[in-house]
Write a protein that binds this ligand. Structure first.
Ligand SMILES: *Cc1c(COP(=O)(O)O)cnc(C)c1O
Length: 570
């Protein structure tokens, strides 16, 4: 074992952050969407704040996937293979886990997230692609969210149990484990098994053999999924096959559910601190899992990562400490209107230039640009804007608009893929009245261009299914207001007419949202953009002064540190 690579990380005890996906860099395909970007933003912030953390994830050698769109608007998925050796450092420790009765060997790669100011967070990427493993086992850590439930359970075994053992093998001392979503919940079980022998009396027969309280005091769990169907569940037959005798099924039934192993329930039962990712999502989770105390820490995005070069320069001129103290942006009113508009114009130009090169579409500089980009799936309703094409054409005759869309559908999400096809038909049908384009292969880099270059950021989820949403926060860092259905973070971020516009409310019938969207667009958004530039700039300042100051990951991680991590250190 070469100690020098890890030495600087081993002298303090750390908070271990477990996540199935982490967006490290745009072209490292270890992320699929919001959950991974949140994990990456959390670790970038931990580096900024010099929080002693270490992240654990899978190396996903074949990535999520690269999205190609064919002439008919159909999504074609390609493996997004990457070479960990080119971007990370191989660590010499190897551990073995019994999976389906075979020893599966795991190694890890070290990727360091460095903050400009000197902080650094190690990320461990677990990899089973070792010559000592059987052919199938070498591919366990290949495809992010790929394969069938059996493949998924093997991945979650490697992440949870393998990750915990890897940290020990490498010499990390861990004071607290943070589970980003339930995928890593087997980690809690692995911790629990180590407590056997230090038991104290408990109510149930099987848990009484273990010290549940000790494990609970070590674990913090963030749930992200507001519907029951979204939580990972595995049959006990599958669990027995994959984990073999290691899995004490009677114990698992007590902690993870009678019918099947529900990873969320397992994490809930073994974590003292539990939180949802926005206030409404925490309420929703309390309803879904009565009897658990679910706190709320609203998500945030990493300010520096998601601020365009022109806005970074503007903020640095006026608020030299903006990266570390985003609160200073509350003084945005001191910035001159022209200077603000110039920064926005530069961000629009960068986006338009990219769209011309990528899609061959020449957007018009003076025309209002509406952007929508996120995972393509049913509840996000990417087609809501296109519900009445004639209406949209009429609106555009009054005030011209152009539209940009991007997003990937999970390979198994047939509805999401159909939505992408439908979007392509709508885009065709709108020509030449409305210019629109679907930008293929949404990545962090494309997100960065879109959230800054848009005039308005659109979001149309079906409440209450958007746990938080984060892309609107990234837009806010660039002074871009949201036009969004009131759900997730927007219930907290929307001040009507000051930070953007809300569509409907939780109590409105969902079908009415399309009509409400058109009314806001036609009656308020477009007239303000074209008719009152000073009013528009005031709005942009409202977005920065009220939303950017709050929905950043600096605030989020300070709260995790104070409310979730510190309790374990005490
Ligand atoms: C921010 C981001 C997301 C998440 O967007 P939501 O609005 O939260 O759905 C997904 N994918 C990429 C590449 C992102 O940057």
């Amino acid at each position: 074992m070469n100690p020098s690579v890890l030495d600087e990380f081993l002298h303090v005890s750390r908070i271990a952050y477990f996540s199935m996906e982490i967006a490290l860099e745009s072209d490292i395909p270890t992320y699929s969407g919001g959950l991974g970007v949140l994990a990456g933003d959390s670790m970038r912030t931990a580096a900024d704040l010099e929080l002693p953390m270490v992240a654990v994830t899978l190396c996903s050698r074949a990535g999520y996937f690269t999205q190609e769109i064919d002439a008919g608007g159909r999504q074609i998925e390609h493996d997004a293979c990457w070479d960990p050796a080119a971007r990370a450092v191989a660590l010499p420790a190897k551990i073995a886990l019994a999976i389906e009765g075979r020893d599966v060997w795991i190694m890890s790669w070290l990727y360091e997230i460095d903050a400009g100011a000197g902080g650094s967070v190690p990320v461990l990427l677990l990899d089973t692609n070792l010559p000592e493993n059987a052919e199938d086992d070498r591919r366990i850590t290949d495809k992010l969210y790929g394969g069938d439930p059996q493949y998924r359970l093997k991945q979650e075994t490697v992440l949870g149990i393998g990750g915990m053992r890897m940290l020990r093998a490498l010499g990390f001392r861990i004071q607290c484990y943070h589970l980003n979503e339930g995928h890593a919940a087997l980690l809690c079980l692995a911790l629990l098994r180590r407590t056997r022998g230090t038991q104290r009396p408990a109510l149930h027969a099987h848990t009484s053999l273990y010290n549940v309280d000790e494990v609970r005091s070590l674990c913090a769990f963030t749930t992200h999924t507001p519907v029951d169907a979204g939580h990972d569940k595995f049959s006990y037959e599958l669990v027995a096959r994959v984990l073999g005798p290691w899995a004490d099924l009677a114990l698992l039934r007590e902690l993870g559910g009678e019918q099947h192993l529900n990873m969320t329930r397992l994490a809930l039962n073994l974590s003292e601190y539990v939180n949802g990712v926005a206030r409404s999502h925490a309420e929703q989770s309390r309803r879904m899992f009565p009897g658990y105390r679910v706190h709320a820490i609203s998500n945030g995005a990493h300010l520096h990562t998601w601020t365009s070069p022109s806005f970074r320069a503007l903020y640095s001129r006026h608020f030299p400490h903006w990266c570390h103290e985003p609160e200073t942006l509350s003084h945005i009113d001191v910035v001159d209107d022209d200077e603000l508009w110039q920064a926005h114009a530069a961000a629009r130009a960068a986006l338009f230039d990219f769209v011309r090169r990528r899609c061959g579409l020449a957007l018009r500089e003076e025309v209002f640009t509406l952007c929508f980009a996120r995972r393509m799936t049913g509840y996000k309703r990417p087609d809501l804007l296109f519900g009445d094409l004639d209406r949209l054409r009429r609106i555009a005759r009054g005030h011209p608009l152009q539209i940009l869309i991007a997003g990937k559908a999970h390979p198994h999400d047939t509805e999401g893929k159909c939505l992408i096809e439908a979007l392509h038909r709508h885009i065709e049908a709108l020509r030449p009245d409305v210019q629109a384009a679907f930008i293929p292969d949404y990545t962090m880099d494309i997100a960065r261009l879109m959230v800054a270059g848009a005039d308005v950021w659109l979001n149309t989820p079906l409440p209450p299914l958007e746990a938080s949403g984060t892309s609107g926060m990234k837009a806010a860092f660039n002074g871009v207001p949201s036009l969004s259905v009131l759900d997730g973070w927007w219930l907290e971020g929307c001040i009507e007419g000051v930070t953007g516009w809300g569509i409907g409310s939780a109590s409105d019938a969902a079908p009415a949202h399309g009509e409400m969207l058109y009314e806001k667009l036609e009656g308020e958004v477009l007239p303000l953009f074209y008719g009152d530039r000073a009013g528009w700039l005031k709005l942009m300042k409202g977005v920065i002064g009220h939303n950017a100051v709050l929905f950043n990951s600096q605030r989020m991680m300070r709260r995790y540190a104070a409310e979730a991590y510190l309790r374990h250190a005490l």
